[in-house]
Design a protein around this ligand. Sequence first.
Ligand code: PAF
Length: 283
Amino acid sequence: MEILHTVAEMQTRADKMRTAGKTTAFVPTMGYLHEGHLSLLRIGKNNGDDLVLSIFVNPAQFGPNEDLASYPRSLETDLKLAEQEGVDAVFIPTDKALYQEGYQTYVQLDKLPGHLCGLSRPVFFKGIATVVTQLFNIVKPRVAVFGEKDFQQLAIIRQLVTDLKFDISILGGPIVREIDGLAMSSRNAYLKPEMRPAALSLSQALTMAQEMVHEGICATDVIVEKTKRHFAQHSSIEVDYISICDPSTLDGVAAVEQDSLMALAVNLDKIRLIDNRILKGKK
Ligand code: PAF
């Protein structure tokens, strides 16, 4: 497995792969790999003949009061896991390599960031769109894989690739859950055992909502109200949003008639947890 740190090294390798006719599949991450990431690597492996992983905790996507400094890191374990998954190359740039002295170009989308996580994290998607654009230009993949747990991020990347005419197929990987239903996330590492019941209330709320729709209760305000009451059982939970929306525009819907996205974000003693599910509508 190759480990590359500079933009020039990575671009030279990418050019060689293209000349050799290889299909590079790319999985960008911020490291601290878990089963969710590994599932994305497996999708990449099945959809290309060269697999590249990047590990970069992108400062541009963290706001001033967010957890950039404490974001969990574990490079040695990450490299072992990557090797086990058959990754061919790992790109680990420094902050300076991507945001060199005098850096001033940012990529911003008009509409999709104006929903869900974008409302409480104003710089988040600008930082993501910027770093992913850079990474695409450096790694030069044919295929890139992103997790559906970050549903809004995936929607934004698909839009970005369409708008900026990147010749890259974007694949989504289904959410991977712990046995008790908790969606896998690097931030789960912050959770103390006593926080588990509150953390589990996200996936429970999504299941509850789907059951309501099955029973014919489709009005968004009724489902949201029930979800709020479910979260209120845990005093440590501070709700950021409970949204039921159109999965392609992320605009809110009044009722679950078509398949709709239910997306949740809460802070649990300052730990941000998100989860989502497509609620199957009757139509
Ligand atoms: O999903 C992530 O881990 C990050 O947002 C990404 C796509 C690697 C960009 O920094």
